[in-house]
Design a protein around this ligand. Sequence first.
Ligand SMILES: NC(=O)c1ccc[n+]([C@@H]2O[C@H](COP(=O)([O-])OP(=O)(O)OC[C@H]3O[C@@H](n4cnc5c(N)ncnc54)[C@H](O)[C@@H]3O)[C@@H](O)[C@H]2O)c1
Length: 312
Amino acid sequence: MSHNILVTGGAGYLGSTLVPALLEAGHKVTVLDNFLFKQASLNHVCHAPNFTVVKGDIRLESVIKPLLSKADVVIPLAALVGAPMCNADPVGASSINHDAIAMMLRLLSPEQVVLMPTTNSAYGTGDADNFCSEESPLRPISQYAKEKVEVEKLLMQRENAISFRLATVFGMSPRMRTDLLVNDFTYRAVHDRFVVLFESSFKRNYIHVRDVARVFLHGLENFSAMTGQIYNVGLSDANISKRELCERIQAQIPDFVFLDAPVGKDQDQRNYVVSNAKLEATGYRTSMSLDDGIQDLIKGFTMIKNMVYGNV
Ligand SMILES: NC(=O)c1ccc[n+]([C@@H]2O[C@H](COP(=O)([O-])OP(=O)(O)OC[C@H]3O[C@@H](n4cnc5c(N)ncnc54)[C@H](O)[C@@H]3O)[C@@H](O)[C@H]2O)c1
């Protein structure tokens, strides 16, 4: 069945991989984005008759209301993403990540479907064995994580909604992010050949950006069975520490060197093992392993290098 889907923030890291996948599956897709990073990340779908793009700010009711009225499915991705970006602009972060989402949920009718990405970073350290399921208590620390937890609560109060608590996403996407852990370490391995690790035994869960696109399609296809629920989304065989992650990168880039820092702490104190069993029970399977993603990133970073002030 074909849907009219509104994707806010559709030109971002997740959106620029998701939007082509939604179009390919036969849906009509409208993207609302303010193109904060001057990104031309949707050039490759402009030819598609079912693709519409609107430049605008999700905080303006006059912008979002007419777009919501035409959609039967909404995927809200627009945000200031990550704790550092929110710390740099806390007022902007609250208005975009919290207030604009609350307004959007208020403007929607109960029949409209919302598929929302949230984050598993709010699990903190899990139980005594650092284990977390969807039932585990949330202990958000940063403003970013706290507001994500708040909007998930608002989301789950309405009908016709699914929350996908995403693991740390990795892999190449038309709008690239090098601030995500796997992407960051692989970038450093390709261009610097070394990383210094703080708290190298701390574990996290990971998921490829293409599998994030696939989970939204899975949610749409299985909506009646999955609605009203929260699902962790990650690779069950990739609940691994920062040191183990570096070993996996080193297997593909043998001259990559990584060292434990004898002093200092990571600002990000996440340390957990996440269960993705609930999502897997709905029939969802990932398609890209961590090693596939590292290979994907090595090719990408052969083409991409930040070199604003350097000659090489
Ligand atoms: N990437 C991850 O690891 C991850 C994990 C969990 C959850 N998420 C969530 O997924 C969503 C997308 O994240 P991403 O990684 O694609 O980030 P991103 O920064 O690449 O994308 C955000 C997009 O929102 C747009 N945007 C920002 N402010 C806007 C505004 N006021 N109006 C309209 N557009 C605006 C930006 O231009 C950008 O295209 C976010 O809600 C994020 O919290 C991402």
